[in-house]
Ligand binder design. Structure first.
Ligand code: GDP
Length: 420
């Protein structure tokens, strides 16, 4: 088993500020590219009569993805001597939001990229807002294209002042501002000689100092049921453990149907034999002592650490739908493996995520707005407050067939908790 530590970092920023170039660089400079990739891309560039760009490395991966060769190119891996990294790339604004809010990303730290020459742009601010919404505290601002501003310390400081003014309002206090030139490879692996004034290290040096979050295994158990398979006369409950740890013999609660039983056995795909314990991040099948007709969407927990059960909750929603999110319209809500009809019953506040200006209630929640709302689901569901447990504290909203928004659960009035 791999005992090396892995850290997930999301890279965000305004289009063209250099995300792909930076990621291509990181992969190249740490020797993490597939064999022959760089030659292939250089050859392709030549054929098209273009100068080689590190950003093409990612585009090349995208083509592979279209052909179904790779599974998920929005997650790229590389290693330093210290540990492994998963870089979560957000090619477009919409994909970024989807990844982030649906939790596909699961980022522990964020690189917010800014073009040194252009400075802070609308999407830089909006991405900052989303990071604050998601409670990502380990934010590093990467000031790219320093070559275009003569590697000027003054320019870096100016960007720092501008951006801090916005970010501090959102309770984001960037841990560092890191000046680089992704294109020329300055301050990526080694400290740049072009910026002797820079007291913090290179990107890679700084990355290796980012502290890892507390392990999900130590948090309360959340095992959302994905499917129930019938084998002979046994039923196997399958799913992914989102947090916590499961042991054979544990007494468990299945919510919201409110049944209790004991775990008889646990199966994990790569084991020949059954195992006694499984923990966060593993997809497992379990067999329980009593026969239940458990349904997809229920959540298994320990009895003393159950999720909240309710059909009404407060949330911060980010909207990216073509038509405005309005009150009393039926949408589909997806929370872990559960899908349920929902509606917004109150809108408490609407904010434009890039200007922080307050929106007008009459029009509903527009694309790129963030809103504080109260949501009611058609039936009782189980969830957590996002601040306590992220994976069961977030949801997406589907309008027709489109994932049109996402949100995090901020809380619930006590009187509405755990009613029958
Ligand atoms: P993305 O849209 O954020 O992924 O940006 P790209 O990585 O595709 O870069 C956009 C453009 O900026 C490309 O033409 C790059 O060559 C250029 N670029 C990226 N990094 C640098 C840099 O450090 N210096 C300069 N001068 N250009 C850069």
């Amino acid at each position: 088993e791999n005992s090396r530590e892995t850290l997930n970092i999301v890279v965000v920023g305004h289009v063209d500020h250099g995300k792909s170039t930076l990621i291509g660089r990181l992969l190249f400079d740490t020797d993490s590219l597939p064999e022959g990739a760089i030659d292939k891309v250089k050859q392709l560039a030549k054929e098209k009569g273009k100068a080689f760009e590190y950003a093409y490395l990612l585009d090349a991966f995208e083509e592979e993805q279209e052909q179904g060769i790779t599974i998920d190119t929005t997650q790229l891996q590389f290693s330093t001597e210290k540990r492994d990294y998963v870089i979560i790339d957000a090619p477009g604004h919409k994909e970024f939001l989807k990844n982030m809010i649906s939790g596909a990303a699961n980022a522990e730290a964020a690189f917010l990229l800014v073009d040194a020459n252009e400075g802070i742009q609308e999407q830089s601010r909006r991405h900052g807002y989303i990071l604050s919404l998601l409670g990502i505290k380990k934010v590093y601002v990467i000031v790219n294209k320093m070559d275009l501003v003569d590697y000027s310390e003054d320019r870096l400081n100016q960007i720092k002042t501008d951006f801090n003014e916005f970010l501090n309002n959102l309770n984001i206090y960037p841990i560092d501002y890191i000046p680089i030139s992704a294109y020329f490879g300055e301050n990526i692996v080694k400290k740049s000689k072009k910026m002797p004034w820079n007291r913090s290290g290179s990107i890679i040096e700084i990355m290796d100092t980012i502290p890892k979050d507390k392990d999900l295994e130590k948090k309360p158990l959340r095992f959302p049921i994905q499917d129930v398979y019938k084998f002979d006369d046994r039923r196997i409950i399958a799913g992914r453990i989102e947090s916590g740890t499961l042991n054979v013999g544990d007494e468990i609660l299945i919510s919201p149907s409110n049944k209790t039983t004991k775990i008889k056995s646990i199966a994990y795909w790569s084991d020949k034999d059954q195992r006694n314990e499984a923990s966060a991040g593993m997809s497992v099948g379990i067999i329980v002592e009593d026969e239940f007709f458990n349904k997809r969407g229920e959540i298994i927990s320990h009895i003393e650490d159950a999720p909240i059960k309710s059909n009404i909750f407060n949330a911060n929603v980010f909207w990216m739908g073509k038509t405005n999110l309005v009150k009393n319209k039926k949408y589909k809500l997806k929370l872990s493996t559960k899908e349920v009809e929902c509606e917004v019953i109150t809108i408490n506040k609407i904010i434009d995520a890039s200007t922080l200006a307050q929106g007008d209630f009459a029009e509903g929640i527009k694309k790129n707005d963030v809103a504080e709302v109260t949501i009611r689901t058609k039936e009782m569901i189980c969830f957590d407050e996002f601040a306590n447990l992220q994976t069961t504290g977030r949801f997406v909203i589907v309008d027709g067939f489109d994932v049109s928004g996402g949100g995090i659960i901020s809380g619930i009035e006590d009187s509405l908790k755990n009613r029958e």
